[in-house]
Design a protein around this ligand. Structure first.
Ligand SMILES: *[C@@H]1O[C@H](CO)[C@@H](O)[C@H](O)[C@H]1NC(C)=O
Length: 458
């Protein structure tokens, strides 16, 4: 709890986390869950608009197809967002990118909010695409921004807040989607457009907080702004140790420019870092977290829970996961990387995979690493989203087994191959990887003892 106390002492850092989270990973979770409640109303809307336009109703399988386009527009937008996030983070800076990112949500909210008035279901699809783009950008830039702003000792705890905001968004989206609030037939355009509220909150709150000090110093070469940002974030003027470390990184990357993803693939000294983030970002999604949220209603329905009780059971289920994550922020994951991953079962991708690229790549490779990581994440979300109904149909109560297998394999990979990153400076971590990539040292340092595995619950 020591870490949590230290985090709580630092008000500016906390407020920065909240301001970034509300328009960031909170939106990701919120938008995943608000689309579930109005599904049947929107399908009816598609049918009736088509009938008005052409004079013939749509067949039920055509409606389902249109619906699946609408749903998959979200991860597709996310993929696009993940790709533009890299250049955005480099050119505009972390904070400015997060702020500008809200434009996508505002466009999306306008499109979905007016879609019924305009009698166009295509606007809903487009709106979901823009919503996805917003999530794609923030899922990449928010963890980068926060991990670069946090002190070394709190990096892990701060990264986990991204996951907690996702969980909060998922639960709140479901609550707002209840019949008592915006879940009625006539209010679905308002439900879909309600994601503009967190965007507006972020637009008013985030400008008050400092840009990532690392970005200011290393990318911009602006030492003065870096120091003033650090002073605000740490609440103290004794910054010599941290500044020294940043200056060392600045010197190490001097004369380089930010890399693009292809350059990462070609560079042998980055091979293990790349393998690690690819394995982890694929696994986290395939571990079934987010599909668990998106399809909770479906799984409960297959399990025979009465239709009208399902929304409440789902909220209860997500609410518990949400608190298990909040509890994790307090204790569990502080056992280090291994704890992170074993806990990954209920921790959406933003947790582990959110901070890992920040830790294992230097300032010049980081945005490109996030582009790769983010693209995989969204591709997997798309894949799992498409395959999950079929998996449930064929495996019924055992539907989580394939995900469990992926989880166990990932935990093994992390245990045996990934160096511990907790509490180390970025330069120290990159030294660890250098040893691995060029095999000059023994493996001894890379294996985490079994006692660490035991202390975390699966
Ligand atoms: C589409 O609308 C028509 C006419 O109102 C109706 O007969 C049909 O059942 C609807 N189709 C679906 C799948 O709801």
């Amino acid at each position: 709890m020591n870490k949590l106390q230290r985090l709580l002492q630092n008000k500016i850092l906390i407020l920065t986390i909240c301001a970034a989270g509300i328009g960031g990973t909170f939106q990701y979770g919120y938008n995943i869950s608000i689309i579930n409640a109005p599904a049947s109303y929107i399908q009816t809307f598609m049918n009736t608009t088509w009938l008005e336009r052409t004079g013939v109703p749509l067949e039920s399988n055509v409606i389902l197809l249109l619906w699946s386009f609408t749903v998959s527009a979200y991860p597709l937008g996310g993929l696009t967002g993940a790709v533009v996030a890299g250049p955005m983070a480099i050119m505009l800076g972390r904070k400015m990118s997060l702020l500008l990112n809200n434009v996508f949500v505002i466009i999306a909210a306008a499109l979905s909010g007016f879609s019924r008035m305009a009698k166009s279901f295509e606007m809903i699809m487009l709106s979901r695409f823009f919503t996805g783009m917003n999530a794609g950008v923030s899922m990449n830039i928010q963890p980068m921004y926060l991990a670069e702003s946090a002190p070394k000792k709190l990096r892990g705890a701060v990264a986990l807040t991204s996951a907690s905001f996702t969980a909060l968004g998922l639960v709140l989206g479901q609550v707002v989607g209840l019949r008592e609030l915006l879940g009625r037939e006539e209010s679905w355009p308002f439900l879909l457009a309600s994601n503009v509220v967190p965007a507006l909150i972020q637009l008013t709150a985030l400008p008050w907080f400092p840009e990532s000090p690392r970005y200011l110093l290393i990318d911009r070469g602006d030492k003065e702004s870096c120091i003033s940002a650090l002073q605000k974030l740490r609440g103290t003027s004794d910054l010599s140790a941290e500044l020294e470390e940043m200056l060392a990184e600045q010197a190490a990357v001097k004369g380089q420019r930010a890399k693009n993803p292809w350059e990462l693939f070609q560079n042998p000294s980055l091979r293990w870092q790349l393998v690690s983030i690819v394995v982890l970002s694929s696994a986290m999604q395939l571990c079934g977290n987010d599909s668990m949220y998106s399809y909770a209603a479906y799984v409960f329905q297959e399990a025979g829970i009465p239709q009208d009780k399902i929304p409440y059971v789902v909220i209860e289920h997500d609410y518990r996961l949400c608190w298990s994550e909040a509890a994790a922020a307090g204790g569990l994951h502080l056992h280090g990387r291994m704890g992170h991953c074993l806990h990954g079962r209920s921790e959406p991708a933003a947790g582990v995979t959110g901070v890992l690229p920040t830790e294992v790549f230097d300032q010049m490779s980081r945005p490109a690493a996030y582009m790769i990581c983010g693209s995989l994440l969204w591709f997997n979300l798309f894949l799992v989203g498409t395959a999950f109904p079929f998996i449930v149909k064929s495996l019924a109560h055992f539907c989580y087994i394939p995900f469990l297998v992926v989880c166990v394999c990932t935990a093994l990979y992390v245990g045996f191959f990934l160096p511990e990153t907790k509490g180390k400076s970025f330069l120290e971590i990159s030294e660890e990887f250098k040893k691995r990539n060029f095999k000059t040292k023994t493996r001894a340092g890379f294996y985490k003892g079994p006692e660490e595995i035991k202390t975390t619950t699966l």
